[in-house]
Design a protein around this ligand. Structure first.
Ligand code: CU
Length: 148
């Protein structure tokens, strides 16, 4: 039962941002906005876990850490922005024959933002990428294995 962060913060931010505020107002919101979730936070299924995957731009390039992710059904993938502007997309064209692919995320732009994906995919290996940086190598693979 870890990872209970930012339920209240996210709710506060959503409430504060819900009323058609101007971009200027949004920019002046307190730092709590920087930890808002794009999607989630989600709870893993009983016995499951949250797997954090960071998204970073630095002098080494643009990359996911880890880029090879292993998960069991019922786990939650938590993509978290460290630096830069990134998304995560389980591109259908690069996952031939796979079904139930999660939709592409919105762009994460604020450090600390997260996008959660519940692992409900069939056992197998899946490709994911950051759309703006795929050609620069910001790609990864998720391997879903049956729980032992
Ligand atoms: Cu990227």
């Amino acid at each position: 039962m870890r990872h209970h962060v930012s339920f209240a913060i996210a709710a506060t931010v959503l409430a504060a941002c819900g009323g058609g505020k101007s971009a200027d107002t949004m920019a002046n919101m307190p730092a709590a906005a920087a930890t808002a979730t794009i999607n989630g936070p989600m709870e893993p299924a009983a016995g499951g876990k949250v797997i954090e995957i960071t998204m970073t731009s630095d002098d080494k390039g643009n990359y996911f850490t880890p880029k090879d992710v292993e998960a069991n059904p019922g786990d939650v993938l938590r993509y978290k922005l460290t630096l830069g502007v990134h998304n995560v997309n389980f591109l259908a064209d690069s996952n031939p024959g796979k079904t139930g692919l999660p939709p592409a995320s919105a762009l994460l732009q604020l450090p600390g933002q997260t996008h959660d994906i519940a692992v409900s995919l069939a056992v197998g290996t899946y490709y994911f990428q950051c759309d703006p940086h795929a050609a620069l190598g910001m790609r990864g693979h998720l391997t879903v294995a049956a729980k032992k």
